[in-house]
Write a protein that binds this ligand. Structure first.
Ligand code: PLP
Length: 348
């Protein structure tokens, strides 16, 4: 959940959902070759997947331009966000992160006894990097940067972020959550992973849940210096949480560049369609660089959420800066058409 989020206080009849636009899932995945690899892997389920994990780590390392000891896998990036939080905040300390941002790591840090020092996003919804740098003190255990950011869908300038990471990582590890990076037109040029290769204390998180369309299969990874990875794996296990079917699926998915390019294309088409339709109704959408978008609504958030779900359209609703907001994931074109029509009906 995200700070200020309204959680449904009514049962959600998932089978009745006609447009599932609440969890930033990829409606097209997994790629057919991935499904085939998973089916074939099922019969090897009597064995642990350490060998497959090593294969996947080697492929990821090559893609990211680092050696395998820079990579740690997890069942979804959530697992790694939590493991970093558990190992960094076991003796308390503070975490610096934007407000609003993605709360997983921050919530776990607080559960471990850490304190969140929120730094509001700038007026154009970028990270306030100067503000974050100033907030670092002797008790800071981690800075968390989500880029592009959830729930705003907004981006922080690459050059500015690189400079910030390079300098601030001298004082404390910088965690950069790049879950939505691959929806950008030229993703790798905007990644912070190059800083890890240079030996900076930067932890980059990626996931197979979004562009790969494998959210339910649970594979994610972090890229960090071997020392940083070792500081985590000395306390918690890495590959024990992974199943062979998902590993084999992820290995197959590493080769699906054209599938991912297609997903990126469909996503930006749907983004344009939805943006235009909602903007023409007079709403002000934060420009999105991701597979979801968010905008302030004029009706009561809880009532809006209930009416949308009653019509079978799953969305998320937040209260940010005293306004209620609708966050909608990009589904198929048909789902987006249903969203727009239902939105019109519900807000009429
Ligand atoms: N990070 C961000 C910014 C997300 O939005 C999400 C999921 O929506 C995650 C991490 C976690 O995803 P997963 O655990 O499926 O990799």
């Amino acid at each position: 959940s995200i700070l200020g989020e309204y959680l449904p206080d009514f049962p959600i009849a998932e089978p009745k959902m006609v447009a599932r636009l609440n969890a930033n899932e990829n409606p097209y995945g997994p790629a057919p070759q991935v499904v085939k690899a998973i089916a074939e892997a099922a019969s090897t389920g009597n064995r642990y997947g350490h060998g497959d994990a090593a294969t996947l780590i080697a492929m990821i390392a090559e893609k990211e331009g680092v050696t395998p000891d820079h990579i740690m896998l997890g069942p979804g990036s959530t697992d790694l966000l939590e493991k970093v939080a558990i190992t960094r905040f076991k003796n308390g300390g503070n975490i610096i992160a934007a407000d609003p941002s993605y709360m997983s790591l921050i919530n776990t840090a607080e559960a471990m006894g850490g304190t969140w020092k929120p730094v509001p996003l700038t007026a154009d919804y970028a990270h306030d990097l100067d503000g974050m740098e100033k907030a670092i003190d002797s008790d800071t255990k981690l800075v968390y940067v989500c880029n592009p950011n959830n729930p705003t869908g907004s981006i922080t300038n690459t050059a500015d972020l690189k400079k910030f990471c390079a300098t601030a990582s001298e004082k404390t590890p910088i965690f950069v959550d790049e879950a939505y990076l691959e929806f950008l037109d030229n993703p790798m040029s905007q990644s912070m992973v190059g800083l890890v290769a240079e030996g900076k204390d930067v932890i980059v998180a990626r996931t197979f849940s979004k562009i790969h369309g494998m959210a339910g299969l649970r594979i994610g990874y972090i890229v960090a210096t071997p020392e940083r990875i070792e500081s985590i794996t000395s306390m918690v296990r890495s590959t024990m949480g992974l199943c062979v079917t998902s590993l084999k699926g992820a290995i197959a998915s590493m080769k699906q560049d054209s599938f991912m390019a297609e997903c990126r294309g469909y996503n930006s088409e749907c983004r344009k369609f939805t943006h235009d339709a909602i903007t023409s109704l007079g709403y002000d959408i934060i420009p999105s660089y991701t597979s979801f978008m968010i905008f302030p609504i004029s009706m009561n958030g809880k009532q809006f959420m209930k009416s949308m779900y009653d019509s079978g359209v799953g969305i998320r609703v937040f209260n940010i800066q005293d306004k209620d907001w609708c966050r909608v994931s990009m589904g198929t074109k048909t789902e987006m058409e249903i969203f727009v029509e239902t939105f019109k009906k519900v807000t009429a």
